[in-house]
Design a protein around this ligand. Structure first.
Ligand SMILES: [Zn+2]
Ligand SMILES: [Zn+2]
Length: 370
């Protein structure tokens, strides 16, 4: 190409000389006569806007050519030329892949071997996750579920949507929590809460301090809408480690620092394996109010994974491939045919008669429930 241009320049030069000889005085200094060097187009900049999951618009400023040559633009994306000979200053990029980093260059050519270039890079938007179908089972009076970008925020008042002897009632009771200090229930109550039922699994004498509605609870958990398994598992702590679909909290297998659940503590549980104190009404065992040896959704653990009853919807049976935390990957009644990681209440007896809700480690990355 360069040689060709030189030959062309020579022809022009000879022709000019011929006309010069013919008396037509050409005092100009045309390009390519060997006396003038072609100058490259000026530097310019490129940028990308209007970025979506699959499209973006590339814009660049004009490169001016000192010699007055017509400048055209060649666009390279991910190492491949996608447009040549452009004279406009914009190009719509289509057919892109979501959540992907792209880079490329705009090259300004003056048609005489002169060029300058500007590089650009951008990332396409991620596919917005939808709210998981399982959230439809959370009690709508007690919880608010909010999809915020790639996060889901679960807010609850900490109450439950089922009966319990732990709702406020006219029978005063006093109890001493593990940390000491006797607490008595509110004696101002003149009527039983509509969801109050007389204790059956426990007795007033063994019930824990505080009624459900004595706690002015407000809890919030923010998790990824599509959580990932963590490289390493992490231990759960005291306090809420999950939120049940009823609105009340899920606790682990400890009742206090180095205090595993014992028959004494379990003696305070109502028929659905929950009790109160120190700050909330919460479940430690299989919550019989809505799950008893079945595949019911129990709630969400603080790492964003759902926890189900002892059976798995994928097989209608007890899963046999659970990890140390009771988790495995399979379809569920809420996964629309896709396999996803979730926990189960493990079908293993504790103290010969109880099924602990979540005694293991988080397999994802937990957030605080606050
Ligand atoms: Zn407890
Ligand atoms: Zn399962």
């Amino acid at each position: 190409m360069k040689n060709y241009l030189k030959i062309l320049a020579l022809i022009v030069s000879v022709t000019t000389a011929f006309y010069a000889c013919s008396g037509d005085d050409d005092s100009g200094s045309d390009d390519g006569d060997g006396g003038t060097t072609n100058q490259a187009p000026s530097s310019f900049t490129a940028g990308v806007d209007l970025i979506t999951e699959t499209t973006a618009t590339l814009n660049w400023t004009a490169a001016s050519d000192p010699d007055g040559d017509t400048v055209t633009y060649t666009i390279t994306l991910q190492g491949s030329e996608i447009a040549i000979g452009l004279t406009v200053l914009t190009l719509d990029l289509t057919g892109l892949t979501s959540s992907t980093s792209y880079s490329g260059t705009v090259v300004a050519n003056d048609g005489n071997e002169g060029s300058s270039s500007a590089s650009f890079s951008f990332s396409t938007e991620g596919t917005a996750p939808a709210l998981h179908l399982a959230f439809a089972e959370f009690d709508t009076d007690n919880t608010d579920i909010i999809l915020s970008g790639s996060n889901v925020i679960i807010e609850t008042n900490g109450m439950a949507n089922h009966t319990s002897p732990y709702w406020s009632n006219t029978t005063e009771r006093c109890a001493t929590p593990p940390m000491g200090g006797e607490i008595c229930t509110n004696t101002d109550t003149t009527v039983n809460h509509p969801l109050f039922v007389e204790p059956t699994a426990t007795t007033y004498q063994f019930m824990a301090p505080g009624n459900i509605d004595d706690f002015n609870g407000s809890y919030s958990l923010t998790v990824l809408a599509a959580p990932d398994l963590a490289a390493n598992s992490s231990a759960t702590g005291l306090g809420a480690i999950g939120i049940a679909i009823s609105g009340a909290n899920i606790y682990n297998d400890q009742e206090g620092p180095n205090m595993p659940l014992d028959n004494n503590t379990i003696g305070s549980f109502d028929y659905t394996a929950a009790h109160t104190g120190p700050q909330s009404y919460h479940y430690h065992l299989e919550p019989k109010a809505w799950s008893n040896d079945d595949d019911a959704l129990i709630g969400i653990i603080a790492d964003g994974f759902f926890i189900y009853g002892r059976k798995c919807n994928s097989t209608n049976d007890y899963p046999t491939d659970l990890d140390a935390s009771g988790g495995h990957t399979s379809t569920t009644q809420h996964s629309e045919g896709a396999s996803e990681y979730h926990y189960h209440i493990q079908n293993e007896l504790y103290l010969n008669q109880y099924y602990i809700l979540f005694p293991g480690d988080y397999q994802g990355t937990p957030s605080n429930i606050q």
